[in-house]
Design a protein around this ligand. Structure first.
Ligand code: 28F
Length: 634
């Protein structure tokens, strides 16, 4: 055996470097890093599966926390390595990763580590024993204390059956200070996944740490089995029995995928490249999604599952209720992303797309019933999308229409601070017109009300909503109504009812109060509703003018201005000019507004019941006398 030549010393320094900064090679020395040792050895066996020479892998856990992986592949070559002067098998376990991908300067990102190299496992193991069955012989080489050669390669059995590679190793507790205990579940999940990704491969997992526990993972179909397992685990009901499956190859890229719909609206999408989970997705995923959408639309229209006039299904329409597993095998994979799990080979996108276009079309032609189920599901999802888009559109249009309708009527105010603003609901266009002119447009908005505001106490909600006056009020206040009423959205600090002081005015006032009471009660309860008071009389002598708001105030006004003063009785708001309306009714300085409070909601309801009952006359009388408004200066 040749002694260590210069390279061999470089080898030792290399493995020493790994022990000095393990995090650079396996991301961390926690449980995640520990399991990377297992993944490395298992992945080497999987490479032999992918090469087509291995169909059994056995993983075993021992009481001393060592782990062994055995495959029935060709066995790592044992012949002398031309340059190194040591057997090939030792090169793989003593030389830092041949590709030098992870030379000293580049830090490993934790997460997707691919092929850190068996030598890293050796460097971080208390012991590692390697056995190769080849040419009818059993070879063994042993390492200890982080990759130091304990016994060189030698034949330990002259006559053995079969071929393969077996690696035992125990992680070094000096490196993995937290724990060197492998997790059954972590190993099981990955081994199960590998069995699905490599149809026909049998993997056994044996745990000898507490008695014996053995499980076997095997899938004859591979990806379809994976998809069906996912559906079972998530308790999802497949929409179509037969899983849609494709396998093909182009320009040395192998493409394989399985999809199945269920009756949910969730999507499950697992993708892999060279058996590595590409959690961050990549070009293979986008190629598949693009092709699926295209074929669903073209085949769907051709087979009349989709109507010619239907708008195309979008990629998102296909995602609801879809379970997908995609696996590609790429000779020179390029991984990007935070955890190096995003495939970035651009050529892969086109290859997946073209293979899938052909493959899925052929599948649909062979199984038209499955096509009908799958495309039908996507179509239903599209209908929901289109309907909700329409509904949103309608809602927006309604809002726009309302805003437009309102803008014709509402004289808005300019103040942005809603706590200063007040809205006047004015009876009649003429009064509305002079209110618009007379008001202080910074904080006073005017909404003229034409004709009767309907009797909302009896009317059903839809009837109420049909009434244009009510809709304008709702839109102007902006806080919705009924159960959706949200006081925070109210555009005004005060909503003031301004009607004539005759019976009609009283009636409209009561109907408005009824409406607020029924559909915007918080407005009343938060003292936002007022009754504007306009004077009943104007008493004038020469330049001197006094206003009387009721008969009681008339006497003192007459006394003050002398008996031959002229008295004018206002029959309606419309008789006042804008200045007078401002002076007497709108100007906060000297106006008299009544705050509407329902001191006893039940009593009010009873009063309104009587008022809104069927008999008309008694209602008005009762109304004029009985609804008591407390008078507060506002
Ligand atoms: C328990 C872990 O590592 N199995 C492996 C092979 C088989 C060959 C191989 C491995 C050096 C650079 C070629 C055999 N015969 N299980 C494993 N099985 N490596 S690792 O070759 C590596 C050589 O490339 C093998 C013919 N060709 C390849």
């Amino acid at each position: 055996m040749t002694g260590y030549n210069a390279d061999a010393i470089q080898v030792l320094e290399g493995l020493e470097a790994v022990r000095k900064r393990p995090g650079m090679y396996i991301g961390a020395t926690n449980s995640k890093g520990l399991h990377h040792l297992a993944w490395e050895i298992i992945d080497n066996a999987i490479d032999e599966v992918v090469a087509g020479y291995c169909d059994r892998i056995a993983v075993t856990l021992y009481p001393d926390q060592s782990l062994s992986v055995e495959d029935n592949g060709r066995g790592i070559p044992v012949d002398m390595h031309s340059k190194m002067g040591i057997p090939a098998v030792r090169v793989a376990y003593e030389l830092l990763h041949a590709g030098g991908k992870f030379g000293g300067e580049s830090y490993k990102v934790s997460g997707g580590l691919h092929g850190v190299g068996a030598s890293v496992v050796n460097a971080l193991s208390a012991f590692l024993t390697l056995e190769v069955k080849r040419d009818g012989k059993l070879y063994r080489v042993e390492y200890e204390k982080g990759g130091q050669l304990k016994s060189d390669l030698k034949v330990v059995e002259k006559k053995v059956k079969g071929t393969g590679t077996r690696v035992f190793f125990r992680p070094d507790a000096l490196v993995f200070k937290e724990s060197i205990v492998f997790s059954w579940d972590v190993l099981k999940n990955r081994l199960q996944e590998l069995a699905y990704l490599n149809a026909g491969l049998t993997i056994t997992l044996t745990d000898l740490r507490h008695g014996e526990r053995l499980e076997t993972y095997y899938s004859e179909s591979g990806l379809p089995g994976f998809v069906e397992q996912i559906q079972r685990e998530a308790e999802l009901d497949p929409l179509h029995k037969r899983t849609i499956y494709f396998k093909g190859e182009k320009d040395q890229v192998q493409v394989e995928w399985a999809i199945q719909y269920n009756d949910s609206d969730t999507e499950t999408f697992y993708s892999f490249c060279n058996n590595i989970a590409t959690i961050e997705g990549g070009t293979h995923e986008s190629g598949l999604r693009t092709a699926l959408t295209r074929v669903f639309n073209t085949y769907g229209k051709k087979a009349n599952i989709l109507k010619a006039k239907d708008e195309n299904l979008t990629g998102d329409d296909l995602r609801d209720g879809l379970v997908t597993v995609l696996s590609v095998k790429v000779p020179e994979p390029q991984f990007e992303g935070q955890t190096k799990t995003k495939l970035s080979n651009t050529e892969v996108e086109g290859i997946v797309q073209s293979l899938t276009n052909e493959g899925l079309t052929a599948f649909f032609e062979q199984y038209p019933q499955v096509a009908k189920e799958a495309i039908g599901k996507a179509w239903r999802t599209a209908q929901i999308r289109i309907a909700s888009k329409k509904a949103k559109e309608l809602k927006r249009m309604k809002k726009d229409a309302e805003a437009k309708a309102l803008s014709g009527k509402l004289a808005a105010c300019s103040e942005k601070d809603k706590t200063k603003n007040e809205l006047f609901l004015v009876e009649g266009d003429s009064a509305g017109g002079s209110a618009k002119t007379g008001r202080d447009r910074r904080f006073q908005a005017i909404l003229p009300l034409r004709g009767k505001v309907i009797n909302t106490y009896r009317a059903k909600l839809d009837k109420v909503l049909e009434n244009q006056e009510i809709r304008s009020i709702i839109t102007a206040i902006g806080a919705g109504m009924g159960k959706e009423f949200d006081l925070d959205k109210c555009n005004y600090a005060r909503v003031c009812i301004m009607t004539d002081s005759d019976l009609d005015g009283a009636h409209i006032r009561t109907l408005l109060l009824t409406f607020f009471y029924r559909y915007m009660r918080p407005l009343i309860l938060n003292n936002r509703v007022f009754i504007a008071q306009s004077p009943l009389y104007k008493v004038q002598r020469g330049k001197a003018i006094q206003y009387a708001y009721d008969d009681q105030e008339l006497k003192p006004a007459l006394k003050a201005l002398g008996k031959n003063a002229v008295v004018q009785r206002y029959k309606g708001l419309g008789e006042m000019n804008p200045e007078q309306l401002w002076e007497t009714t709108l100007n906060p300085v000297n106006r008299k507004m009544i705050q509407v409070t329902i001191d006893d909601a039940v009593a009010a309801e009873r009063k309104l019941n009587i008022c809104m009952g069927s008999a008309v006359e008694p209602r008005r009388e009762f109304l004029m006398e009985n609804i008591v408004f407390t008078q507060e200066d506002v």
